[in-house]
Design a protein around this ligand. Structure first.
Ligand SMILES: Cc1ncc(COP(=O)(O)OP(=O)(O)O)c(N)n1
Ligand code: 3NM
Ligand code: MG
Length: 215
């Protein structure tokens, strides 16, 4: 059996996914403590400065900063963690990530992807997309909260994240499934007032979480 990746918080709380160091700094300053830098379709050398700066900010704010896709840079600059999708799994050096002590988050969209992810014993499993999303073209249909709940029943011993089309209004329905974290892009970055949206999301998602669960 594969060795497990380091554990992360049992409940990661609000988890914004953003595409710049500016957003990382703003949101850390607003009180977010789990966050992901997601800059798509670049070469490592094009994003190296951003990845390095984002990781430094994560450390300064004592936050859980995950790097999407650029796992080599995440290792080089000692990120808290890496987030990978199913396609990334075909090419990434998981053993190097594990040996470097980074947490690993994996995307899943159905039972087969969940089987594959669970076998790798990651730090958390993301389940998506829950609702229709404008942010990313998805090849599959939204799974909805009934399917999310069914998947969560298999994931009692691992941190979980729901993603995809989660607006402020839909947060209560998502939290009612028992998922440990709510990942959002547009609910914050496209909000008329991102600061107010972040405050409301933090209040909703993290109010019921015990301090011991958010280490
Ligand atoms: C928390 C979280 N969940 C899922 C994803 C999607 O990751 P992936 O499948 O690798 O797709 P891209 O984000 O790389 O387009 C995520 N980034 N974060
Ligand atoms: C980046 C991403 N991954 C998804 C998945 O299901 O794996 S859904 C998604 C986009 C989420 O953006 P929004 O909160 O604006 O819908
Ligand atoms: Mg990816």
């Amino acid at each position: 059996m594969t060795n497990a990746f380091p554990a992360t918080a049992a409940k990661l709380g609000l988890y914004p996914v953003v595409d710049s160091v500016e957003w990382i700094e703003r949101l850390l300053d607003a009180g977010v403590r789990t966050i992901q830098l997601r800059i798509k379709d670049c070469q490592d050398h094009e994003v190296e400065e951003a990845v390095r700066d984002a990781i430094a900010l994560g450390k300064r704010y004592r936050a859980r900063l995950f790097i999407n896709d650029y796992w080599r840079l995440a290792i080089k600059y000692h990120a808290y963690g890496v987030h990978l999708g199913q396609e990334d799994l075909d090419v990434a050096d998981l053993e190097a990530i594990r040996q470097a002590g980074l947490r690993l988050g994996l995307s899943t969209h159905d039972d087969a992807e969940l089987d594959r992810a669970l076998a790798l014993r990651p730090s958390y499993i993301a389940l998506g997309h829950i609702f229709p999303t404008q942010t990313k073209e998805m090849p599959s249909a939204p799974q909805g909260t009934t399917e999310l709940k069914r998947h969560l029943a298999r994931l009692q011993d691992i941190s979980t994240v729901a993603i995809g089309g989660i607006s402020l209004a839909r947060v209560p329905e998502v939290l009612a499934t028992g998922v440990g974290s709510v990942a959002v892009v547009s609910a914050i970055t496209q909000a008329a007032d991102w600061r107010e949206a972040t405050k409301q999301l933090l209040d909703m998602v993290e109010s019921g979480i015990q301090p011991a669960e958010v280490l």
